[in-house]
Ligand binder design. Structure first.
Ligand SMILES: [Fe+2]
Ligand SMILES: [Fe+2]
Length: 339
């Protein structure tokens, strides 16, 4: 009996990771509306709540090794060791890649859940607290649906990518509330909207496609929440404080653009991680995808006045400045979403 208890505690240790956070928490005693647009967004959030248990067709049969996205999209298609795989091995790899991608969505959603809850305390306007409360509920639902899909349909879950973990830690641990918006609503959710949109368009499995459609509808509001909340916040910021924001934007963009792609798959397959990384980074499809991930971030930074000369220089170097006038609203409308 005592042995069982000890084992349980050891299990808990492995499953829990504790990080120390400290951030300013604000009561907002002014209950009147002070921030244009947030009230409407909160009303929309209330109208668009959904129940993942009853509104998704969980009884759909999913074949985990099937072509959930078409095989032609695989950036490793021309890689020697990949070509040598037999059909069974390719199906296994296909399964691994989909499970890996959805696992990163899952872990990112948990990060979003934590950050949204921090924003409830941190933001200085009552309507932003209302909205952050609704986003917290949304993110709980997103963790729930990705976790359920991974466990009951793909039956394979991967640990978090180390670069994503680094950015989540930085966002969760920063004491300043606007960094939480920058890290989550602008950077991570900007990337996520692009990645979800890409998978949504390619997805051939009806349950996952419907799940993504619901999640994206929520996410487009979350990105709008960040932009509405931060609008004009940086206009009169002293130069030294603005510099901290620039540093964070450049650091997190480089981290996300050059993150160790393919490392997990390479390790699992016994392939050389550097070869796989180079291949993914250099393949035209891989390049297009990685740059496309930023198409929502750059115009949002511009709206916030954060495409400063330093950030502009970094984005020019990263070949991302081309997205500064990208019309994300138009792209959302084409996919059938609108915040
Ligand atoms: Fe989410
Ligand atoms: Fe979100």
């Amino acid at each position: 009996m005592a042995g069982a208890v000890v084992n349980n505690l050891e299990g808990l240790d492995r499953e829990l990771e504790t990080i120390l956070t400290s951030f300013d928490t604000n009561y907002a005693w002014n209950y009147a509306s002070v921030k244009a647009g947030l009230g409407d967004l909160y009303e929309k959030a209330k109208r668009e709540q959904w129940n993942s248990t009853t509104q998704l067709a969980w009884d759909t049969h999913v074949e985990p090794e099937s072509e959930i996205v078409p095989d032609v999209i695989n950036p490793l298609a021309e890689y020697g060791p990949f070509k040598k795989l037999n059909e069974k091995e390719r199906h296994r790899l296909r399964h691994a890649q989909m499970a890996l991608q959805l696992s990163q969505f899952l872990h990112g959603e948990q990060g979003a859940l934590i950050v949204a809850s921090q924003l409830v305390g941190g933001v200085p306007w009552i309507e932003a607290k209302y909205y952050a409360g609704s986003q917290t509920m949304d993110e709980a639902r997103h963790v729930e649906v990705f976790s359920r899909y991974l466990r009951s349909k793909l039956e394979w879950e991967w640990p978090i990518n180390e670069s994503l973990k680094e950015l989540l830690d930085a966002t969760i641990q920063d004491s300043r509330w606007d960094f939480k918006y920058l890290g989550m609503q602008v950077m991570i959710e900007g990337l996520a909207m692009a990645a979800f949109g890409n998978l949504f368009q390619l997805c051939q499995e009806p349950l996952l496609k419907e799940l993504l459609r619901y999640v994206m509808r929520d996410e487009s509001r979350h990105v709008a929440f960040g932009v509405l909340s931060l609008r004009s916040y940086y206009d009169d910021m002293p130069e030294n404080e603005l510099r901290d924001r620039e540093d964070f934007i450049i650091y997190s963009s480089e981290l996300m653009k050059d993150r160790l792609v393919g490392k997990e798959i390479a390790n699992a397959m016994g392939w050389n991680p550097e070869d796989v990384k180079d291949l993914v980074l250099q393949s035209p499809a891989g390049q297009l995808f990685r740059s496309m991930l930023f198409q929502r971030i750059v115009p949002n930074l511009k709206k916030l006045g954060l495409l400063t000369p330093r950030v502009r220089e970094a984005y020019t170097r990263m070949d991302l400045i081309k997205f500064e006038d990208f019309d994300a609203d138009q792209a959302d409308r084409e996919l059938g979403f609108q915040a």
